[in-house]
Design a protein around this ligand. Structure first.
Ligand code: 26M
Length: 816
């Protein structure tokens, strides 16, 4: 039977009134927008929580194969608007709240973003949960219940300032529900003991020196237009009170004591690094805590449904979102070996058919390794198991390549050196049944450059699953005007079947449709213009080209290449009387990891350049630069629909996929980009005429670096480049303080320009020139924009999830 009933407005309003009083201790006459919003969310959460339980208890679900998505990050963004859309209640609730004198749009603006992720990887996990629920593939998402999400960013004289992100109200977060009966205990430290069991067999067991509690919080992931609600289960670490140590020796007691305060706070804060691994002990503790709670919960569900542990791999698949949850592998093996007393071969057969791993990066500094010492201290039994896995792996390698020491060295899970380290990616490839890259080109590079030997040793293990984005949040919800226009032409089927957007192609030459499409774009640009005026006190011209680069700040993403182009335009506008350009607003939004000095310097440089250009009377409306602070999901929802140009300018071979590129193209922006990540596939879909590709391709990048790249070759021979770069050397943008922006310039010259910014500069400027020219022809621009919306249906995360379900998880949908 279905739990979804037709919306009963009176009952809903009664529930809102009830929560105003019982949860918020206020009355309708006194309540402010904040109270109204929370009461509304509590009332709506009644339905989602009931559906969550009904889905969980459904025998069809209990007996179906399901996937467990393990991720240290789920960058879900605001839930209320999205849930209203999935529940099909947006219009109904608008009316019901209006009768209370409350405007739904304003109430939704009141919600803070749960920022439980850094960037692409975390947002992908959120899109995947949305698509799993929409497609009704039985799933549980497992993550961490951080008290503080990604830091809040502000600018102080152009420099990034970080502040803690408090995403939960003191009264709680209405959409989440605590599940005390699902709490788990998690051990750390201690020792491994050998003992003889009742059958006289030698066994090993881990006696932790410290235990903490994992409390479960469930967020409802509401399936679009269906009755399925799956949990996003987030674990919160709590100190076990009273301080409980079961068995310990003197040394470990001290270690445990010292860590106790920390351990009680394991899930306090999300590590703010993106694509960089710092190897911190607390981070490893977070990872193991996440894995231990999640694996225990998967086994609990499996056994509560009456299934044998021997059938685990038949019913459960565990997807590892990057290497961050890798310790789930030795954790499952430990339980199978030490608690269920399976043989190694039986345990391995189960574990290696249960886990699959997604690689999200090739950057060497992002590949996780953990020192043997730390692993042995924190997780002594897991370290033993890792050595056991490696022993067998090395046996296989020696068998395939007899006498080849080099192969052993490259494939080993243990990296030899001053201190031995555990290579988490190698552990993953060796211990899973499927490994995937996140875009076609990325997967080819994983096979060719990262894991060529593994690819030979385990043929068929490496797959591609190209990333995608949820069309509910990234088109229907964030761009209601374009959604309405699309639906007026091709109906609403595209919301669940994004490929249907290609039906728009036949309107690409239709003048009326072109005008309507550009009208929607203009309205979205006006919305962003108003937002910028209101929140930043800055005036921008909505008729200018909105040129957008929104993503984490990283050298490989090359925000400084964008900056150099801006400097070149500024220089030409002032010094070349013949130079003409379409008015353009360059829009940035981006956070830098707090410890990434150069990234913070680049933010500072962009802000200082912006300040000067925006106030230069010689420039007027022609060129503006806006760095919007505190980039987050809810800001992306305003910026993306307003983008004309999408900047995807990473050094070829460095951006695994990108997903902002998909969001902007879908919303009718034209991409200026390198042949990197999913840009390659976007080009394949839209055609070479509807995208602006520039720069070295990955083979050219590798060849140039092999022969010895010298940025001065470019600096000395390209006058525009030299002039642009040298603008950063003086005090042009920092009056009276010459050299303040030198860090960025220095990194590109004496610093060696590791990401080949100077090598790609000239071609980038050319591509930007083509964009400028193209925008002058509004009719043809409109056509190109329409074709970008029409031809990007491939990049729905529904398609990604079906690819995973069919090719990796062997999963069937279960409709309720
Ligand atoms: C590692 C160690 C310690 C602390 C944090 C980390 C860490 C956190 C996030 C490392 C990497 C993290 O994210 C990497 C990431 O976001 N990768 C992006 O994944 C997207 C989804 O597949 C791709 O689209 C992007 O190209 C890729 O950069």
């Amino acid at each position: 039977s279905t739990v979804n009933k037709r919306f009963n407005k009176t009952a809903f309003q009664a529930a809102v009134n009830k929560y105003l009083v019982t949860k918020l201790a206020t009355l309708p006459e006194q309540a402010d927008a904040h109270a109204w919003r929370l009461a509304m969310e509590y009332a709506l959460a009644e339905t989602t929580t009931m559906n969550l339980l009904a889905t969980e208890q459904d025998p069809k679900i209990k007996n179906a194969r399901s996937v467990n998505y393990l991720s240290l990050e789920f960058l879900i963004g605001r839930l209320t608007g999205n849930n209203l859309i999935s529940m099909g209640l947006y219009e109904e609730v608008t009316v019901a709240m209006a009768e209370f004198g409350q405007n739904l749009t304003d109430l939704l603006e009141e919600e803070r973003d749960p920022a439980l992720g850094n960037g692409g990887l975390g947002r992908l996990a959120a899109c995947f949960m949305d698509s799993l629920a929409a497609e009704e593939y039985p799933a549980v998402g497992y993550g961490l219940h951080y008290e503080y999400g990604l830091f809040k960013q502000s600018f102080n004289d152009g420099r990034q300032q970080e502040a803690p992100d408090v995403w939960r109200d003191e009264t709680g977060y209405p959409w989440e529900v605590i599940r005390p009966e699902l709490a788990q205990k998690v051990g750390f430290y201690g020792k491994v003991e050998e003992y003889t069991d009742n059958d006289g067999l030698n066994q090993r067991r881990w006696l932790p020196g410290l235990q903490v509690e994992g409390m479960a919080w469930d967020l409802p992931i509401v399936g679009y237009n269906n009755n399925s609600v799956y949990p996003l289960r987030l674990w919160e670490c709590r100190a076990l009170a009273p301080f409980s140590l079961e068995r310990f020796d003197e040394g470990n007691y001290v270690a445990a004591q010292a860590s106790h305060i920390q351990a009680g706070n394991l899930t306090k804060v999300l590590y703010p690094n993106d694509n960089h691994d710092k190897g911190k002990e607390l981070r490893l503790m977070q990872q193991y805590f996440h894995c231990a709670c999640s694996v225990a919960d998967i086994l609990r569900r499996h056994q509560a449904a009456g299934h044998s542990i021997l059938d685990l791999a038949k019913l459960e698949s565990i997807q590892l979102n990057d290497t961050h949850p890798t310790i789930a592998i030795p954790e499952l093996l430990r339980i199978l070996l030490d608690e269920h007393h399976l043989s190694w071969d039986d345990a391995w057969a189960i574990s290696s058919k249960t886990f699959a791993y997604t690689n999200h990066t090739l950057l060497p500094e992002a590949l996780e390794t953990w020192g043997e010492q730390l692993m042995t201290t924190l997780l002594p039994r897991h370290m033993e198991i890792i050595f056991d896995i490696n022993l067998r792996l090395m046996g296989e390698v020696a068998h395939k390549w007899p006498g080849d020491i080099e192969k052993l060295r490259k494939l080993s899970i243990i990296q030899e050196g001053d201190e031995r380290r555990v290579r988490m990616a190698n552990l993953c490839v060796a211990s899973t049944y499927a490994v995937n890259g996140v875009a076609a080109m990325h997967t080819e590079l994983v096979k060719r450059d990262l894991f060529p030997e593994f690819n030979e040793l385990f043929p068929g293990r490496l797959h591609n699953v190209t990333n995608g984005v949820t069309p509910r949040r990234w088109l229907k919800f964030c761009n209601p005007k374009l959604s309405a226009l699309i639906s007026s032409k091709i109906g609403t089927g595209w919301i669940k079947d994004l490929g249907q957007l290609q039906k728009l192609e036949k309107f690409a030459d239709d003048s009326q449709f072109q005008m309507d499409f550009m009208c929607v774009k203009k309205a979205n640009k006006q919305r962003l213009t108003d937002w910028v005026a209101e929140n930043m006190g800055l005036t921008i011209n909505p008729d200018a080209i909105f040129d957008v680069q929104i993503k984490r700040l990283h050298e490989y993403k090359r925000q400084h290449l964008n900056l150099l182009h801006i400097l070149s335009l500024y220089h030409r506008l002032i010094n070349d009387a013949d130079f003409k350009m379409q008015p353009r607003v360059f829009i940035f939004a981006s956070k830098a990891a707090p410890g990434y000095e150069l990234a913070k310097e680049i933010i500072f440089a962009i802000n200082k350049v912006a300040e000067k250009i925006n106030n230069d009377p010689r420039i007027g409306d022609t060129l503006k630069v806006v760095f919007i602070p505190d980039y987050r999901v809810s800001l992306a929802e305003i910026i993306i629909p307003a983008a004309d140009v999408s900047e995807q300018i990473s050094t070829a071979g460095k951006e695994a996929s990108g997903t902002g590129n998909m969001k902007m193209a879908l919303n009718g922006a034209l991409t200026v980009g390198t042949m990197d990540g999913a840009n390659v596939e976007i080009r394949e879909e839209v055609g070479d005429d509807n995208i602006f590709i520039f720069g070295l391709n990955v083979d050219e990048v590798q060849a140039l670096q092999a022969k010895g790249y010298n940025p001065y070759d470019y600096y000395n021979s390209d006058q525009l480049l030299r002039t642009s770069l040298d603008l950063l050397a003086g005090d042009e943008f920092t009056p009276g303080q010459p050299g303040l922006l030198n860090a960025t310039r220095h990194s590109l010259l004496a610093g060696g320009d590791p990401y080949l910014v100077l090598a790609d500069f000239a071609d980038y400027v050319q591509a930007q020139g083509r964009i400028d020219k193209q925008y002058g022809d509004q009719k043809s621009w409109a056509k190109m924009a329409i074709l970008n919306t029409a031809r990007n249906g491939k990049f729905s995360s529904d398609r990604s999830i079906r690819d995973y379900a069919n090719n990796i998880w062997q999963l069937n949908a279960v409709s309720r």
